[in-house]
Design a protein around this ligand. Sequence first.
Ligand code: ASP
Length: 321
Amino acid sequence: MDSRIVAVLALAAASAAQAQNFPTKPVAMVVPFAAGGPTDTLARNLGIAMGKALKQTVLVENLAGAAGNIAAARVSRASPDGYYILIHHIGMSTSPTLYRKLNYDPLTDFEYIGLVADVPMTLIARGDFPAKDFKEFLAYIKANKDKMNYANAGIGAASHLCGLLFMSTIQTAFTTVPYTGTGPAMNALLGGQVDFMCDQTTNTTGPIRSGKVKVFGVTSAKRVASLPNVPTLQEQGLKGFEVGIWHGLYAPKKTPQASVNALASALQVALRDPDLIKNLANLGTEPVAKDKATPAALHAHLKAEIAKWAPVIKAAGQYAD
Ligand code: ASP
């Protein structure tokens, strides 16, 4: 046999064997937003549980910027060996339409590991906001619309999408202050530098419970079990206002199938981990069902979400460069 063919076969056999033993070293899970925010919190809980299932450490690496697009591009170009994976949310489906130039393609540059969790959001304001309920809040922000600042995590972030929907629902626009994640945005809200924001319960439950921020509603169709006294925005008159933030796990395209399968199995085990379930329940969310924590389910969901959001964003005429 030609020596080059032998070399190629040997290489293929070596990489197949490597994939079979995967993982033999720590796996890095890239969080595309700042530390201390909702994606970071979800990733840290998931990383611990997946680490138990994989019998390897899962490290969390924060790579913030452009509402997740910098990290998504980085992971899409990483070595396809399963050791550098991405956790990202709904932004993966809105960025292809929102951004005129996107230097990765969510539908061709990744292997899909599975869906993780759907996280509800809350509408919150600084602790000294002069309103005691949603009705007063609404009246106040409308009357003072030129003075109000609302925080978000950049164009395409969950907090941005929720804010857009809120502004179009109440037909009032406010000045937006973007941060590299809602971790830092929460600090600005706690410090009174911004007035309000819409953010995931994984980041807001603590400050809501301790009374450090005021809460005016949850964005889910039903109330959130861990915040039973907080009414939904629908209950308070915002007809059809419903936002939930789905999350998925991705690996670079051409990651060996055996490694993708090992990561998907670990994800499925992790999502049934009692500690993870307890921690997430305490933060107002729960893992997806086992059949959703699969490569096929994430791929199908991503495709459907891209198709769902494209006409909405085009109609709004909101683009980023
Ligand atoms: N998920 C972002 C974060 O972790 C926030 C957002 O998308 O609004 O900071």
